[in-house]
Design a protein around this ligand. Structure first.
Ligand SMILES: *Cc1c(COP(=O)(O)O)cnc(C)c1O
Length: 338
């Protein structure tokens, strides 16, 4: 199976840029959901902890358990608690979710400031605090999420304003229940929309992995992709002029051509829509259909760089780097290259 090579140099350079943007390392919470966007959750957790990051964000409790030893606290975005761990806090995504958490659970209240995906309405703030208290929960944060911080529009501004507007009330309510709360709304794009970080925390995913794409008219930090995907050669042959390769033979050699098949296919994260279209950063063309576990390229290299920037592969198949990264097979070999 293919190999993912990870660059510490790129990771730390990205974290330097992010820390500079928000003013302090301890304002960064690294988002490690979905196997750290395909990079390998434990590998990235170890490396960012060594860098000095103490907070993480995941989707599931099982993901939090896997990396718990590396962080002081972990926010779980979309799961319920089955263990009591004072390091974990759970996002409350709806009013009726409050009663599903056991007494003593630490929670953070998600507010819908305009994305309308999840979170409670700002009008329900008081009610939510009361419910959390009655359920015996401990609220440690109030959070929201930007819907379009990466695009040039006023949406970012309006959500920012809505979030800031409820801070005072939230602090007052929290105090009345004896809770100390933190505020956070920004993802990667939100973090780079403003030179002022007015919250306690930012939740950084794609920027740390070096694949943030902002609207070209917005400030674009010079981040470096952390991950490169390589294929290992399984077989080489000369495709004679007129011969066809792979399922349905959609590629026909126009001349005698050396081709090799590599150990990566759509089951490992190579989106099949790239079949017969994609050209690697070294200018090597993908020939014919991508199979489940293999793909053929016009070269005889033993180890072939498939992509070093997920956004470039994504562009070839009409999606975004996030999807390419998140769909990388968990079983791919992952190793540091520096
Ligand atoms: C995934 C996620 C993030 C990170 O977003 P990036 O754009 O990758 O920085 C932040 N907050 C929430 C709630 C998320 O689901």
């Amino acid at each position: 199976m293919g190999t993912l090579k990870l660059s510490r140099e790129a990771l730390y350079s990205n974290l330097d840029i992010i820390a500079q943007q928000v003013g302090a390392k301890d304002k960064i919470a690294v988002v490690l959901k979905d196997n750290a966007y395909g990079h390998g959750a434990v590998l990235i957790a170890q490396a960012v902890a060594k860098y000095g990051v103490t907070q993480a964000v995941v989707r599931l409790e099982s993901e939090a358990l896997e990396i718990a030893e590396f962080f002081e606290n972990i926010l779980i975005l979309a799961d319920f608690s089955t263990v009591v761990d004072s390091k974990f806090s759970y996002a409350i995504n709806a009013l009726d979710a409050i009663e599903k958490f056991p007494r003593g659970t630490k929670v953070e209240l998600k507010i819908d400031t305009g994305m309308h995906r999840n979170g409670i309405s700002p009008d329900d703030l008081k009610r939510a605090f009361k419910c959390m208290s009655q359920q015996g929960l401990k609220c440690v944060g109030v959070m929201s999420h930007f819907k379009s911080a990466d695009t040039l529009s006023s949406e970012w501004f309006w959500q920012r304003k809505a979030f800031d507007a409820l801070k005072e009330t939230a602090v007052r309510l929290a105090k009345s229940y004896g809770w100390n709360i933190r505020f956070h709304i920004s993802n990667s794009a939100g973090t780079f929309r403003s030179s002022q970080c007015t919250d306690d925390l930012v939740r950084i995913g794609i920027a740390m992995y070096g694949c943030l794409q902002m609207d070209p008219t917005l400030l674009q930090p010079t981040l470096k992709p952390v991950l490169s995907l390589y294929g290992n050669k399984m077989a080489t042959r000369i495709l004679k002029e007129g011969e066809r390769v792979g399922y349905n033979g959609i590629y026909e050699a126009a001349y005698d051509e050396v081709v090799s098949t590599y150990d990566l296919g759509y089951a490992n994260g190579l989106d099949r829509l790239a079949s017969n279209q994609y050209v690697t950063p070294q200018g090597i063309a993908l020939r014919g259909r991508i199979s489940m576990d293999s793909a053929t390229f016009s070269t005889d290299m033993d180890e072939l760089l498939i992509f070093s920037d997920a956004n470039e592969y994504a562009q070839c198949v009409g999606t975004i780097g996030y999807e390419i990264l998140a769909c990388l097979d968990k079983d791919l070999k992952r190793e540091w290259c520096d």
